[in-house]
Design a protein around this ligand. Structure first.
Ligand SMILES: [Zn+2]
Length: 289
């Protein structure tokens, strides 16, 4: 998969590569990101993918890709909020016009892409319901990309018809954090509790905390992927070990636990109490029946 010079976190790269391997882009994608820039980059990449005329999409060099990546493609449209609206929302007329426009053949490529930036702010419920009709019966070769800070701001009926990709916003993971996360995972699987306690001490380094927890989650997600017969993104060996000792349910529980620890750290919880608690919880999940 060619990322056309954009840099994404390993999770995003994995998810996009899997979409590319499946050979087709879903007709509606929600891009969830705390970083607007990352969301826009991913939208540009997926748009290039949709219009690219090469076998190996997105090639980044064909005319379609070049136009897409320089925001100058006639078939890639950004829907701006209605100018008459003071609150910067889409009007119901715009959604109706969109439904008509979506039936018109593309100008240049053999696909059309509609990008909705800040969709969580611009889409009132009535407009979402109008849009839903389009999602339910999408015209051929039409793609919708909805950029949001949180997908929860969209109606469940919209979400259930879209593929959600989360990207960016997280800190880049340092090599040190990756190593510490491996030790934590090894510690979780070890029969000796002190190994896990020892590995957890890396979390006392404030500059590394977020990266370590993110890397731990990536390993756990890799184990899930391995369990469903897929290919792990990072450490295949470690993912296999996790998958051999944990059920799907336990892995999901551990991911949620790691998430809540991340949240508590941001609330400035006492780090020693937190690591002791986390250590106990990982082991409880591991051993429970
Ligand atoms: Zn191309």
């Amino acid at each position: 998969m060619n990322f056309c010079g954009f840099s994404f976190d390993s999770e995003t790269r994995g998810q996009v590569s899997r979409l590319a391997q499946s050979g087709r882009l879903p007709h509606a994608v929600i891009i969830e990101s705390k970083s607007e820039e990352q969301a826009k980059n991913l939208a540009a990449l997926l748009s290039a993918y949709a219009v690219c005329e090469s076998e190996d999409k997105p090639c980044g060099v064909c005319r379609q890709c070049k136009n897409a990546l320089s925001n100058a493609h006639p078939d890639i449209k950004k829907l701006e909020p209605d100018k008459k609206s003071k609150s910067g929302i889409y009007s119901i007329e715009q959604i109706r016009d969109l439904a008509v426009d979506a039936q018109v053949r593309p100008n240049d490529a053999d696909a059309k892409v509609y990008i909705f930036e800040e969709a969580d702010k611009r889409f009132p419920e009535v407009q979402q319901n109008a849009f839903l009709k389009l999602l339910e019966e999408p015209p051929q070769r039409i793609y919708f990309l909805l950029l949001v800070k949180s997908a929860k701001a969209l109606l469940p009926t919209i979400r259930s018809r879209c593929t959600v990709i989360r990207t960016g916003g997280e800190e880049a993971i340092s090599g040190e954090a990756v190593q510490s996360a491996k030790e934590i995972i090894t510690g979780i699987l070890s029969p000796r509790e002190y190994e896990l306690m020892l590995a957890m001490r890396a979390l006392t380094d404030k500059t590394q905390q977020a990266g370590i927890l993110l890397a731990v989650k990536n390993h756990l997600r890799d184990a899930l992927v391995t369990l469903s017969g897929g290919d792990a993104n990072s450490d295949k060996e470690l993912a296999r070990k996790l998958a051999s000792k944990l059920t799907r349910k336990k892995i999901i529980e551990m991911i949620e636990l790691t998430d809540s620890c991340d949240y508590k750290l941001r609330q400035n919880s006492n780090i020693n109490l937190l690591t002791t608690w986390l250590c106990g919880e990982y082991r409880r999940i591991l051993w429970q029946r």
